[in-house]
Design a protein around this ligand. Structure first.
Ligand code: PNW
Length: 480
């Protein structure tokens, strides 16, 4: 495919016929309107409002104000020509206390959003949980009926299944694809052990319990979605392409520990119906913790229609001394591993190295290791750059175009090698609230001015539009 009229001279990557192209966002990162129309608070409202937790004290109170500007944003998607749009539903908009009374205005908002997407010719993909747990499930309010405890307790998984059933009954006739959880690794370990994400806890035991309950929540939600007749059901994981810094035995052992924590804790129960073999006695804690009930692994391992994979960068690890005294923290986060960066390549503003072939390797590795691997969707991929609106009124984000070109080519290479990858969502449609990093990191293919909330499509948006148009034309030629 040529790219004669595009902003860069490089050709578009070749994609398989019928491969689907989309864009992704998440509720707390774009919606704003945090206290409007009956939305209850989430753990991210509480966390971002706690001094010192996010860069410059940034919150999602307004974010991109997508709650009020969703029509404009869907217009951007329509113009872009994407096949699919991945967004998340804010659980506390539908159920302000996490469970119990339903907020009709919350249901109405997502009804309007979904109907406008369909009218724009874009298929909705819904993420049910992109980190905004209703605060009432974490710490109950006076009126709250829930016990609190968040993901550390099983009741939260049960509440999640009720929420999933509510969403599927209301929206299931129009939603193409359902993602139960986004990156449960982050919810469990970044949220409960590292403490860099909400709820900001640094507990070993709490993180292990959270990991298990998130998987149970996924399993219960799959069951509820199936019962409601949902179309395609999957989960999104941030799987890591890991390397050891050296061939030495200590680094190789560190690599094994990282493989378990980052990948196998999730892929083994989900795809093989078991927890990873625990040569390290601490892993027995997760596999045999008191939170585990008979039947859980069958529930968690129920067949999926697809696996969502978020990919940004590879990670290299080396052995390091433990720092924490708590033996359970040594399981959940302080696993005797530290990251090193041997990559002599360009880095994005997140400090992440740009290594597209790592995505091909990750996908081929999954395919080789898991006989039950369902079709894969890349549910997030993108780069943060220093994007500013130039005097000509445009945003010349050539580095992002190169990143996306090379990563799409890397996906295509995996398909050629035999991996069943069905589609790709660029992260993100809009610049948005990048969690603890606040508004300092811009991932959008559309620039957002946070003072005026003006949207300016970047050069990468125009490039992606050209790619999608060319890809659709080619797919039509090759499909009889
Ligand atoms: C993913 N970390 O997040 C998320 O799914 C998106 O919401 C996010 O915007 C995107 O990747 C880009 O970062 C992560 O600090 C954010 O470990 C932070 C971490 C991991 C994943």
């Amino acid at each position: 495919m040529s790219n004669a009229s595009g902003p860069t001279a490089r050709p578009f990557p070749e994609l398989p016929a019928g491969f689907r192209l989309g864009a992704a966002t998440a509720a707390y990162q774009i919606e704003g309107a945090h206290d409007q129309d009956g939305r209850g608070p989430s753990i991210w409202d509480t966390f971002s409002h706690t001094p010192g937790r996010t860069l410059g004290g940034a919150t999602g109170d307004t974010a991109c104000d997508h709650y009020h500007r969703y029509r404009e944003d869907i217009g951007l998607l329509r113009e872009l020509g994407v096949d699919d749009y991945r967004f998340s539903i804010a659980w506390p908009r539908l159920l302000p206390e996490g469970t119990g009374p339903v907020n009709a205005k919350g249901l109405d908002f997502y009804d309007r959003l979904i109907d406008e997407l369909l009218a724009a010719g874009v298929a909705p993909t819904v993420t049910l949980y992109h980190w905004d747990l209703p605060q009432a499930l974490e710490t109950p309010s006076d009126s709250g009926s829930a016990a609190g405890g968040g993901w550390r307790v099983r009741e939260t998984a049960e509440a999640f299944a009720e929420y999933a059933a509510l969403a599927a009954e209301r929206f299931g006739d129009r939603v193409e694809r359902w993602i139960t959880l986004n990156e449960p690794y982050c919810s469990a370990f970044v949220g409960h052990a590292e403490g860099r994400h909400a709820p900001g806890a640094e507990e070993g035991r709490g993180a292990l319990a959270a990991a298990h309950h998130l998987l149970v929540a996924h399993g219960l939600a799959v069951r509820a979605l199936r019962a409601a007749g949902a179309r395609e059901i999957g989960i999104t994981l941030n799987l890591d392409r890991l390397h050891a810094a050296t061939d030495g035995p200590e680094d190789q052992a560190a690599l094994r520990r990282a493989e378990v924590l980052h990948n196998e804790v999730w892929t083994e129960p989900l795809l093989s119906g078991r927890y990873p073999a625990h040569e390290d006695e601490t892993w027995a804690g997760l596999a045999a913790g008191p939170w585990r009930l008979p039947g859980d692994l069958e529930l968690i391992g129920a067949p999926l229609d697809f696996l969502g994979v978020n990919f940004y960068r590879p990670v290299t690890v080396t052995a390091a001394p433990h720092r924490a005294a708590d033996p359970e923290l040594r399981t959940a986060v302080d696993i005797g591993v530290t990251e090193v960066d041997p990559y002599g390549t360009r880095h994005t503003t997140m400090g992440w190295p740009v290594v597209p072939e790592a995505l091909t390797e990750l996908l081929c590795g999954l395919h080789a290791r898991h006989p039950r691997l369902p079709p894969i969707w890349i549910t997030e991929n993108g780069s943060a750059e220093t994007d500013t609106v130039a005097p000509d009124g445009r945003v010349h984000d050539t580095a992002r175009i190169d990143y996306l070109t090379d990563h799409l080519a890397a996906v295509s290479a995996a398909v050629t090698a035999g991996v069943d990858v069905r589609g790709y969502y660029v992260w993100s449609l809009l610049d948005n609230f990048e969690w603890a990093r606040g508004y300092g990191q811009r991932f959008g293919i559309v620039h957002v001015d946070y003072d005026t909330l003006t949207r300016t499509p970047k050069d990468s948006y125009h490039w992606y539009r050209g790619l999608i148009t060319a890809h659709h034309a080619r797919t039509e030629e090759t499909t009889p």
